[in-house]
Design a protein around this ligand. Structure first.
Ligand code: MN3
Length: 252
């Protein structure tokens, strides 16, 4: 199933995702833990064209109103996310040219870094869209079951978790993400920051829930009030999807 391009398997080169061909998207951490195995999510890779593609949103652009406005959603998805997909495909094409002996060999560092930035941008946003839902219709509320038990165990309570998650998101320097992740070595949940699309991500963790704190995610409605946006985000979190990722990562 893997597409071989020269001696490098594209997916192994990315190290973070595996995409099925049957209309499923299975995003994997570097350890190969399936995040979405068997889940009918829009694919982010077109095997026939051998290119990454922009997945459609699982809801309308205005579905997250008033918490995230329709214009922001449309620009963010159709322009920003599409740009990461385009940048990833371009970087992989340039690397293929270098393997074939073309181009300037000294640019390999640049294109390898472009794969990390744009590839992470593609995965981050794919997880972001599917990790949200309309408030009261798939979004909001609190987690239950095994995920809730793990949150209570590792943070003390849901309120303590939510407070830390918001504070971490608000404290990202510049543009980046706040993430709830599963750390498999200790089998515990952590909240971490990611700067830009890829810096400071903890190796081997499975991303469960991410909040995009680039200004393009909230500026039209919230201007510089990132904390208001982080508060509103809790109205559109799809705990069902986050729980599914947790179950895929842990077997619980
Ligand atoms: Mn973004």
């Amino acid at each position: 199933m893997a597409q071989q391009t020269g001696s490098i398997d594209r997916r192994a080169a990315m190290g973070i995702m595996t995409l099925g061909t049957g209309g499923t998207l299975a995003a994997c951490a570097s350890g190969g833990v399936p995040l979405a195995a068997g889940q009918p999510v829009a694919p982010g890779f077109d095997a026939q064209r051998n290119e990454y593609v922009l997945p459609p949103l699982p809801y309308a652009y205005d579905a997250l109103e008033p918490h995230i406005d329709a214009q922001t959603m449309e620009i963010h998805h159709a322009k920003h996310h599409a740009g990461y997909v385009r940048g990833l495909n371009t970087a992989l094409a340039r690397l293929a040219e270098l393997r074939a002996g073309g181009g300037d060999a000294s640019t390999i560092k640049h294109w390898a870094r472009e794969v990390s930035f744009h590839g992470s941008g593609h995965i981050n946003h794919s997880l972001f869209w599917s990790g949200m839902g309309p408030s009261g219709a798939g979004g909001g509320g609190e987690p239950t079951g095994a995920l809730r038990q793990a949150i209570d165990r590792d943070f003390g309570s849901f309120e303590a978790f939510a407070s830390q998650f918001r504070a971490v998101a608000n404290a990202v320097e510049g543009s980046g993400w706040g993430w709830l992740v599963h750390e498999p070595a200790a089998g515990r949940l952590l909240i971490i920051q990611e700067e830009k699309q890829q810096d400071m991500m903890l190796t081997g963790v499975v991303p469960l829930l991410g909040i995009d704190v680039w200004e393009h995610a909230y500026y039209l409605r919230y201007q510089n009030r990132r904390s208001d946006y982080a508060n509103a985000f809790f109205n559109v979190i799809s705990w069902k999807e986050v729980s599914r990722r947790f179950a895929a990562a842990t077997g619980h």
